[in-house]
Design a protein around this ligand. Structure first.
Ligand SMILES: [Zn+2]
Length: 435
C-alpha cells in the first residue's frame, strides 16, 4: 500500500499452492541464492528497496536502502509471514503483542521469519501512524491467537483489511467487533480473505465446542491410548483437548516445542493457556545416546527433561494419556508400542491436493498398523462462504478486493442488492483508490 510516499506491506507470506509447479518438499529454492530462485518464476515481486542485501546477493536486482516503511502483520501463520525472511531487517514489523510472544518462542526453539527485524507491538484499537497513514488494528477470531484485521486511513479515504477470520470459533465476537469498527469508517476499499469461498466447500462448519463434545465421546470410548495430530500453535485446540483429557481422567502430553510456546504465552494476561507441569506434561523423545542425557538436548529443551514423559511411561500410563503427536513424530509409536484399540484423532484440514492425500495414506497406514481407530475432527480457522458474504455486506465498502482465495470471481454472488463493485486483483498489477 502506498500513500503520499509512505509504503507498507499488508503481510508477506508464502502461498501454499504458489510455486508448487516448480518447487515441492524435495525441490526447494537454494538458501545461497536468496530471492533469486523465487524471482525466476515470479514467486516474489521485484520491489526495489524491500529486500535485504543477503536476499539479493546472487540476483540481478541491486540492493537499495529501504524504501518500504513497515510490514503490518495480521497473524503468525506461514502464509502471512513466510516471505518476511527476505525483507530488509531494517524494515520494522508491526504485530500484536501475542504474535510477538509466538515469534519469541519459535525464535528460541528454531527460527522465525521475523528474526532480526525491529518489532513494534500493538493492541486492539490502539492507533498508530506510518507517514500519512493512520492504522487501527482490530482483533479477529482465527485458529491462532493474536489475529488482527486493519482499518487504514489514507489521504484518499479508508481501507479495511480482514486478515484471516471466522465467526464460529470461541472468540467469534472479536470478528464481529472488526466488522462493526470497519463499517463505521465507511471504507472505500475492503480487502478480504476468502479461503472457503469455493463451490466445493462441503465440509460442515464444526465449531470448537462441537470438537470438544465429539473428542469427549471418542476419548471415553477407549481404555488405552488416545493420540492426536493438530497444529501446535492453535491454542483453542490445545484448550479443547486439554479439557477433553481432564474430563476423562487423562493428561494432555505435548511436544517440547509446544511446551515452550505455552511457557511464553502464559505472560499474555488476556489469553487462557494450560500451564506446563500443572495442567499438561511434556513428551521427551530419545536423541543421540538414546538415554535422557542433558548433553543430547538443546539448552531450551533441558528445562523440560525433569518431569518429562518418555515413550515407556506413555505405554505404562496409556489409559491416562492424551498425546499430541505430529505426523513426523509417528516413529515414536515404535517405542511406545500402544495396545490395540486406541483412538487417533486427525485434527487438521482434510487433504486438498495430491501431496496431502499421499500424507493421509501414510498416516492411515500407521494407524492401521497400531490397530487404532481413525477420527477426523476439526474446526476450521476460516469462515465458510456464506459468512464471508455476511462480512462483505456488513462492512459495506465501495469496492471489494478478494485476496487469499482461489476463486475471487465467486465473490460476485454476494453483490446482490449491494452497491459495491468487485475488483479481483491481477498479479503484478495495481489498484488505485480513486478509480
Ligand atoms: Zn491464518
Amino acid at each position: 500500500m502506498e500513500d503520499r510516499g509512505a509504503k507498507v506491506l499488508l503481510d508477506f507470506g508464502a502461498g501454499f499452492a504458489d510455486g508448487s509447479d516448480y518447487f515441492d518438499s524435495t525441490i526447494m529454492p537454494r538458501p545461497v541464492n536468496g530471492a533469486g530462485d523465487l524471482f525466476e518464476f515470479g514467486l516474489l515481486p521485484e520491489i526495489p528497496g524491500l529486500y535485504s542485501e543477503k536476499a539479493l546477493q546472487n540476483t540481478k536486482m541491486r540492493y537499495r536502502a529501504p524504501e518500504v516503511d513497515a510490514v503490518l502483520l495480521s497473524h503468525y501463520h506461514w502464509d502471512h509471514t513466510g516471505r518476511i525472511g527476505y525483507v530488509d531487517p531494517k524494515i520494522p514489523v508491526y504485530c500484536g503483542e501475542t504474535t510477538s510472544l509466538i515469534h519469541d518462542a519459535y525464535s528460541e526453539s528454531s527460527s522465525s521469519p521475523l528474526d532480526g527485524h525491529p518489532i513494534r507491538k500493538f493492541r486492539t484499537g490502539k492507533k498508530f501512524s506510518i507517514g500519512s497513514m493512520e492504522v487501527v488494528p482490530i482483533h479477529v477470531d482465527h485458529s491462532i491467537p493474536g489475529a488482527y484485521g486493519f482499518v487504514i486511513h489514507t489521504s484518499e479515504g479508508a481501507l479495511a483489511y480482514t486478515g484471516d477470520f471466522r465467526f464460529h470459533g470461541p472468540a467469534g465476537s472479536m470478528t464481529r467487533d472488526f466488522v462493526e469498527a470497519a463499517s463505521r469508517e465507511k471504507p472505500r476499499l475492503l480487502l478480504t480473505e476468502g479461503t472457503r469461498v469455493r463451490a466445493d466447500d462441503m465440509k460442515d462448519n464444526m465449531s470448537e465446542k462441537a470438537v470438544l463434545n465429539e473428542a469427549l465421546r471418542l476419548v471415553r470410548g477407549t481404555r488405552v491410548l488416545v493420540f492426536s495430530t493438530f497444529r501446535g500453535n492453535d491454542v483453542d485446540r490445545i484448550n479443547t483437548f486439554n479439557e477433553a483429557a481432564q474430563a476423562s481422567g487423562r493428561r494432555l502430553v505435548v511436544s517440547m516445542k509446544m511446551a515452550l510456546l505455552l511457557e511464553r504465552l502464559k505472560d499474555d494476561k488476556k489469553l487462557k493457556v494450560p500451564r506446563v507441569g500443572r495442567d499438561v506434561d511434556v513428551y521427551v523423545r530419545r536423541k543421540k545416546s538414546g538415554r535422557l542425557d542433558d548433553r543430547d538436548y538443546y539448552s531450551w529443551e533441558r528445562q523440560f527433561l525433569n518431569g518429562g514423559v518418555s515413550a515407556s511411561e506413555v505405554r505404562r500410563k496409556q489409559g491416562k494419556v492424551f498425546l499430541h503427536l505430529e505426523a513426523w513424530n509417528f516413529p515414536e509409536l515404535v517405542d511406545i508400542r500402544p495396545e490395540r484399540g486406541g483412538v487417533y484423532i486427525h485434527s487438521a484440514t482434510e487433504a486438498f491436493n495430491e501431496e496431502g492425500e499421499r500424507e493421509e495414506t501414510v498416516i492411515r497406514n500407521w494407524i492401521e498398523h497400531v490397530g487404532f481407530s481413525y477420527a477426523q475432527l476439526h474446526a476450521s480457522g476460516h469462515a465458510p462462504m456464506d459468512e464471508v458474504g455476511e462480512l462483505v455486506k456488513g462492512v459495506a465498502a465501495t469496492k471489494v478486493i478478494p485476496i487469499h482465495t482461489e476463486h475471487p470471481s465467486m465473490f460476485k454472488v454476494f453483490s446482490k442488492g449491494g452497491r459495491w463493485t468487485l475488483q479481483p486483483p491481477k498479479k503484478g498489477g495495481s489498484i488505485t483508490f480513486a478509480s
